[in-house]
Write a protein that binds this ligand. Structure first.
Ligand SMILES: Cc1cc2nc3c(=O)[nH]c(=O)nc-3n(C[C@H](O)[C@H](O)[C@H](O)COP(=O)(O)O)c2cc1C
Length: 194
């Protein structure tokens, strides 16, 4: 079944030399070849200030690129979030980007009392993260808190479920054969969203 996929490319560096770039491309190519429709939003196109107050979060002007990202998310059945691990979590700029996107009224409905209404129900996501340390260290020693926070506190909270996590670790000393396996994995994810 053909699906609508939106890629949120969360690397602050737009260089094609980045591993994330190659992984995202492998995913996109495989998805499109399989017949899925793909849209891509690049963090590096985002040049806006941080949200500095609750008032701004609730009622501030929404930058054009955020409108585009929200529209692409609304359109999507499935979302790929891909970024490098920085200081144990997503890069700060990507977090800022998500704060802009997942605003009340778009992702959450606070109009009724109690638990906020989840406005993004029915969508699924893949979160793909590259990292310098081996994945066994991130999972076993750091308990992957930074990424589990993204899954539970942001994506699940807005109703996006299931969210599948994929980590590629030890990126600084990766062998050709391993890299080829990672590309195969991204092809598989692109062919089978959700
Ligand atoms: C500012 C910064 C912080 C980083 N923090 C971590 C970290 O906490 N843990 C880790 O394993 N790797 C860390 N790294 C390494 C990156 O995760 C790694 O370089 C990246 O995943 C490689 O993918 P890329 O080529 O797409 O950038 C950090 C790199 C930078 C530049």
């Amino acid at each position: 079944m053909s699906r609508n996929i939106t890629i949120l490319y969360g690397h602050p560096d737009s260089s094609e030399k980045r591993l994330c770039y190659a992984l995202a491309k492998a995913y996109q190519d495989a998805a499109q070849l399989t017949g899925h429709a793909v849209r891509r939003i690049n963090l590096s196109d985002f040049d806006c200030s941080s949200i500095l107050s609750e008032e701004d979060f609730n009622h501030g002007a929404v930058p054009k690129i955020i409108n585009e990202a929200q529209e692409a998310i609304e359109w999507a059945d499935h979302i790929l979030l891909i970024f490098p691990l920085w200081m144990g979590s997503m890069p700060g700029k990507f977090k800022m980007f998500l704060e802009h996107i997942f605003r009340p009224g778009f992702a959450l409905d606070y109009s009724k009392k109690g638990f906020p209404g989840q406005l993004l129900k029915g969508k699924s996501a893949d979160v793909v993260v590259t990292m310098g340390m081996p994945t066994v260290a991130y999972n076993g020693y750091y308990f992957s808190h930074g990424i589990r926070n993204l899954r539970r506190n942001i994506l699940y909270f807005c109703g996006i479920k299931p969210v599948h996590l994929t980590y590629f670790g030890g990126v600084n000393s990766v062998k050709k054969k391993t890299l080829s396996r990672w590309m195969d994995k991204m092809h598989y994810l692109g062919e089978n969203p959700g």
